[in-house]
Each structure stands twice: as C-alpha cells, then as structure tokens.
Design a protein around this ligand. Structure first.
Ligand code: PLP
Length: 397
C-alpha cells in the first residue's frame, strides 16, 4: 500500500473524548454489510482493477491490510499522534524503530532500568551492527543530558514508569533535553497505557507499545505498535515496516483493536486494585518497600501525578527477608498466577531477577533479588489482598 493512500490519523474523531475514540476511531461501519466491527481480512493479496488499480491502496498484506489499518488509525488517535504502525510484537516494533532512525556509528541513550528484552535488543543485536548506547536513569534529567553525545545521539529512549522498578521520567523535560541535542525522544508507554498517559502531547516524538500488555488486555495476543506525530518520521517508519516485514497479522490486529475498546474501563479497575494492593503491602511487616508511583513515598509521585491520569496497574515490592522470600512469595500465591507478561485482566506475579530481567543480570540494569513484580488484574480487590496476605504469611513464617 502506498503511504499517501493509507487511511490514517484521527480525523473527525480528533475532537472526541478518549473512550469515544477508543470505540470509533479508525473504522466506520462497513459500507456493504453495515458490520460495526472491522472484519478480520484474512487475505494476503488484493484484486487490482487493471495494473496498479488498487482499491483503497491495498496491494499486498505486508504493506497494508484493512484490519491492521483500523488498529493503526485507532492507536494513533488514542495517542493523539498522526500515524500508528502495528507489529508482530513490541520488540519487532522496537527493532523497526531502531533500524529506521539510526545508522552504524550513531548512539542512543537508554534507561538504566528497562524491559530486559529492550536492553538485549540494543546491547546484543544493535550494538554489533555499530549502534552505541549509554544507560541513564530516566528520573535524572541532568544524567540523561550528560549521557547524550551531541551530533551522534539520535534517540533518547525512556520508559515511564520503567519496568520493573517503576521509576518516573519527566517526559516534557526529557523532550527538551533530547531536542536541544537534535535527538528524538522515544517513550515506551507500555506500562502506563495510552489511557493513562499520552507522551506525544508532552513533546515526545515516538511512542512504543508492547500491545501484548494493556492494549490487548486479555493475555491472548502478542503485538507491538509505534505512534508518531511527525509525518517525515512516519514516512521512514512506513518504509522500514514494509521493508523489514515484522507486521501484525489481521487476527492479531483484530484482537488488539478489541482490547483497546475497553482500555479505559479496564485501566480504571487496574488502578483501583493496584492502589488497594500497594496501600496494603506498604503496611505489611514482611515488606521492606513498596514501589508504586501512586504512593506519596515514591520519589516520582509528583511528576507522575502531573503527566499520568492515574498510576497504573503494576506494583513492585521488596521483601525484608531477601531473595529466597521473594521466590517463595512468587510460588505461594493462588490468584496471582506465576508468569511473565503483564497488563491482562488476570493478576500475575513474577520474580524479575530470575524471569523477565534475567537477561540484564551482571549489567548496569541488574534488578534486586528481593524484588517481586505484580501485574494487578481486575478481579475483586479484596480477594487479591487476601491472596497476597496468605502467600506472605506462608513464605515468611
Ligand atoms: C515495557 C516493555 N516494552 C516492550 C516489551 C516487548 O514487547 P513484546 O514482548 O510484545 O515483544 C515489553 C515486554 O514485556 C515490555 O514490558
């Protein structure tokens, strides 16, 4: 599909509220059948009306597929961006972004606390091709500025909140620092979700999502997305998305699109339950420290309150009794399922040091062994608290 023909942007839905955009942006009921939900266009190719006579610009499904187009337009509208791009995974999105916007000899600043797979991609895949990187703490704007190599740094990449330590970066300030050095600010918005935070409106240039998480929301699909506000950057991403080919398939696109329609409702409930769990754990004698941006004790609380609608569904905590107790708690919960990933309706528990972040062991990004990460789901809040209480009692007696 040629990019100028891609139906994108939030158009008439730009003036609507988030929940309205989530349900309507990117798709009008099908003119032939009236179907209110986009069909899963399980097709690899499209009949042309004479050579080059494409209908709606569709020629081949790596280049464009109507179900994917609906998702791309929808997520662009939610992030208040100009264009969205959907990928087979969050890491496929990140890989395309890095290859589109950097070249051998360039440099990127990455968070010193980040999803382990992002670090692995930058350190083990991109670095051997000549991309240098420097980790910096996202909460410290001066440290990020100091990590930039003017002229060589092309991307300042942050997560906020970070995975798994939930550090908060001030997006507006970081955008200023990146732009002063001629770099773009990339914000991985996976943890906050498009509902709680819209980085492009705060000056970021590119938003990254693992749509596997809150966007999909039901732990039944792996996907990724990029959203940008500058059309030139969009053109580069469109070219690389098609050239590399790590695109979201139509069924996966349909699942993420279905998830996004209820994102606002789910996030409110995730936040309610996470606040309950964080307050409860903060008062628990076996817990050394609860890390949740919604707690006033969190050093990034004020910035989070400014740039996020609420504080999200992830709660991390450290055990007084150390690593073995953390492992025992992970093994002892019943409602909180032991597993990687996050952002689904069901509650999950994990040990970052041995699971999601095993790939950063021994690096600047290593996480503490006594750390437990919760993805707080949308079950009955009191049941979740009781499950954690019982597990903590069993693990620390
Ligand atoms: C913050 C963050 N970014 C990116 C990714 C990578 O996404 P995916 O697993 O969909 O490739 C993850 C996965 O856990 C993540 O937590």
């Amino acid at each position: 599909m040629s990019s100028e023909q891609t139906p994108q942007g939030h158009g008439q839905h730009g003036k609507h509220g988030f929940e309205t955009r989530a349900i309507h942006a990117g798709y009008e009921p099908d003119p032939t059948t009236g179907a209110v939900i986009p069909p899963i266009y399980a097709t690899s190719t499209y009949k042309q009306d004479g050579v080059g006579g494409m209908r709606g610009g569709y020629e081949y499904s790596r280049s464009g597929n109507p179900t994917r187009t609906a998702l791309e337009a929808n997520i662009a509208a939610l992030e208040e961006g100009e264009r969205g791009f959907a990928f087979a995974s969050g890491l496929a999105a990140e890989d395309t972004l890095i290859r589109a916007l950097t070249r051998p000899g360039d440099h990127v600043v990455i968070p010193d606390d980040a999803y382990g797979g992002t670090y692995r991609l930058v350190d083990k895949v991109a670095r051997p091709w000549g991309l240098e990187h420097t980790p910096a703490p996202v909460a410290d704007v001066d440290a990020v500025r100091a990590a930039i190599r003017p002229g060589t740094t092309k991307l300042v990449w942050v997560e906020t909140p970070t995975n798994p330590l939930l550090t908060i970066g001030d997006i507006e300030a970081l955008a200023g620092v990146a732009h002063d050095a001629g770099a773009l600010l990339v914000v991985d918005n996976t943890f906050a979700s498009s509902y709680l935070q819209q980085p492009l409106t705060l000056g970021a240039d590119v938003v990254v999502h693992s749509t596997t998480k809150y966007a999909g929301g039901h732990s039944d699909v792996v996907g990724g997305a990029l959203v940008v506000r500058d059309l030139e950057v969009a053109e580069q991403l469109a070219f690389f998305q098609n050239s590399i080919g790590g695109v979201a398939g139509p069924f996966d696109s349909w699942l993420v699109l279905r998830g996004l329609r209820t994102l606002a409702l789910r996030m409110e409930r995730h936040c309610d339950n996470a606040e309950l769990v964080a307050a409860h754990l903060a008062a628990h004698p076996a817990v050394e420290r609860v890390i949740y941006p919604g707690l006033e004790s969190h050093p990034g609380h004020a910035v989070a309150a400014r740039q996020m609608k609420r504080f999200g569904g992830i709660v991390s905590f450290r055990l007084k009794a150390g690593e073995q107790a953390a492992l025992d708690v992970c093994a002892a919960t019943e409602l909180f399922t032991l597993g990687e990933s996050l952002g689904g309706v069901e509650s999950l528990i994990e040990h970052p040091g041995r699971m999601t972040h095993a790939s950063v062991a021994g690096t600047d990004l290593e996480v503490p062994g006594d750390l437990v990460r919760l993805s707080v789901g949308i079950e009955t809040g009191a049941d979740l608290v009781a499950d954690l209480d019982e597990a903590l009692a069993r693990a620390t007696r």
